[in-house]
Design a binder for this molecule. Sequence first.
Ligand code: PSU
Ligand code: MN
Length: 279
Amino acid sequence: MVALESTLVAHGLPWPENLEVGLTAEETVRAAGAVPATVAVLCGEVTVGVVPAALERIARGGFDKANQSDLAAVVAMGGDAATTVSATAFVAARAGIALFATGGIGGVHRGEEGDVSSDLTTLAHEPIAVVSAGAKAILDLPLTLERLETLGVLVLGFGTSEFPAFYTSTSGLRLEHRVDSAGRAADVIRARRSLGDRSGVLIANPIPAEAALDPDLVERVIAEALEAAGRAGIRGKRLTPFLLAHLAKATASQSLAANRALVLNNCRLAAEIAVALAG
Ligand code: PSU
Ligand code: MN
């Protein structure tokens, strides 16, 4: 099985592309021989494997964004919420799912606010492998990588020795460990289990070259987006969705096409690793 998150659908991409990406992500996992399970909270029920009608409800908007610490409150209120990487990893690990595909994990934000995504702290405690195109480029990538190390999360480059930067394949940040096949990634996950290490693994899978954006364009629009967020007083949970929406506008949707390509690329790899792990 491969877990998929729902915040990317609810808050990371605009309607109706978000529904298309959510459904195609599931199909991509299936086509590679694994079973997708999109996670969300629906009317207070933690759901592992939402049906297409529910995915459409999530995509149409109005869902809260829940990280691990929000889950109990949403459940107790009988509410609806999309799950972030943090909440999805927490839920999926309890359902016995070993692989999870997303776009880019959250991390340490740029600036002095001290905003650090709970994606990092959850990954420190959950025995799940997350396939992502590095961490989102809107973040402070060197600090994010440092924090992952501190938390004991193994970062494994897939076909790369550099930490990918979401919209681009390189960041200039070296990775200690690299694998070049799904089978070798599965070997590392098995070794971690046999050592009794119950923290997460981040499999850093670069965006396909043909889908990557121009790094100068990315940096310029991120700087603009951060400035706009500062002016509008956007903080906390609203910051990541605000920055992603700003990027889509400022790049005439080039960022959306790149985001779609990297998500599907991660789904395929996560499914291949899940199949290798089951073999
Ligand atoms: N990756 C994407 N788009 C997204 C996200 C990740 O390609 O929208 C979401 C994930 O759900 C991630 C969340 O967990 O952003 C991080 O939010 P925050 O920085 O508020 O923790
Ligand atoms: Mn945050």
